[in-house]
Design a protein around this ligand. Structure first.
Ligand SMILES: NC(=O)c1ccc[n+]([C@@H]2O[C@H](COP(=O)([O-])OP(=O)(O)OC[C@H]3O[C@@H](n4cnc5c(N)ncnc54)[C@H](OP(=O)(O)O)[C@@H]3O)[C@@H](O)[C@H]2O)c1
Length: 266
């Protein structure tokens, strides 16, 4: 008799914010999970809690995705283990804000390593396994920032434009191997993101513009079930993604620069 193999959803950035809310929403639907982020203790307590609440298997792996060698080690472990991953959620991401030339280079490099390189490499490695196993689903987390340039957060906005375009391209390429690819473009969401990006959170914390990560995750899992290509939770955010198409690029980057500058403390 053929062994019934558990299939897992692997979520990066699962220790907080949108990644954590995705983990909870998927566990609620009975999915077994592999959680990835740097904070081991945090992952461990999330794994215990989700297992207790939803009776699903939750594995976790602490890994700094900004360290290519550590990511190689993790990918090797996945390859050697016999765990099938049929959903990859690339949610780990960081932001920086302020004048590009004044940024610490290592922080900018970290952003590119995590937001672009690690995400792309995970799609390559796990996308290949999915193709071999006859299908799967990938969700990459971009942002509404992906739809236009963002002065004073230039690398962050550009990294998310990469994620959007890369994911749309992959969606077409991987269709023939039954791997579905979607991209999530959230707008401002109440998470630790603003603090780590060193944005002026005092102006944002009470803002009605913020969605909760749980709202974002619920909208996203429903959209994933419908295999939506580009997932934008919230009507306001869908407008924000659409409006740059109407105006000139000059106008769009000028307005985005004014808004971002207001939120950057430097
Ligand atoms: N919040 C927003 O307004 C917003 C809007 C649009 C898009 N997004 C995107 O949504 C995604 C999730 O962000 P969030 O808002 O949920 O922020 P968050 O609460 O700060 O979550 C970021 C996650 O990424 C993980 N992470 C960061 N650096 C990592 C590294 N080097 N290696 C492994 N994991 C790393 C963090 O875990 P550890 O610290 O444990 O490593 C954490 O789990 C990001 O891609 C972000 O760009 C956020």
């Amino acid at each position: 008799m053929e062994k019934c193999m558990t299939r897992y959803a692997l979520i990066t950035g699962a220790s907080s914010g949108i990644g954590l809310a995705m983990a909870e929403a998927l566990a609620r639907r009975g999915r077994s999970l592999i959680l990835v982020a740097r904070q081991r203790d945090q992952l461990e307590s999330i794994a215990i809690e989700l297992t207790q609440r939803f009776g699903v298997e939750v594995l976790f792996r602490a890994c700094d995705l900004g360290e290519p060698l550590r990511l190689s080690g993790f990918l090797l472990e996945l390859e050697e283990g016999d765990r099938q991953i049929d959903l990859l959620v690339n949610c780990a991401g960081i932001g920086t804000c302020g004048p590009f030339l004044a940024q610490d280079w290592m922080t900018e490099q970290d952003l590119i390593e995590v937001n672009i390189l690690a995400l792309t490499r995970l799609c390559h490695a796990i996308g290949n396994s999915m193709a071999l196993q006859g299908g799967g689903q990938i969700l990459n987390v971009a942002s509404v920032a992906a739809f236009h340039p963002g002065p004073w957060m230039s690398t962050y906005y550009a990294s998310k434009a990469y994620v959007l375009h890369f994911s749309e391209g992959l969606r077409v390429e991987l269709k023939k191997c039954a791997v579905k690819v979607s991209v999530l473009c959230p707008g401002p969401t109440r998470t630790a993101f603003f603090r780590t990006a060193q944005l002026d959170t005092a102006k944002l914390v009470d803002s009605k513009m913020l969605m909760s990560p749980e709202e974002v995750a619920l909208y996203t899992v429903r959209a994933l079930e419908k295999n939506r290509a580009i997932i934008i939770p919230g009507r306001r955010n869908r407008w924000r993604a659409f409006l740059p198409r109407l105006g000139s690029r000059w106008l769009t980057r000028t307005i985005a620069g004014m808004v971002n500058k207001a939120y950057c403390p430097r």
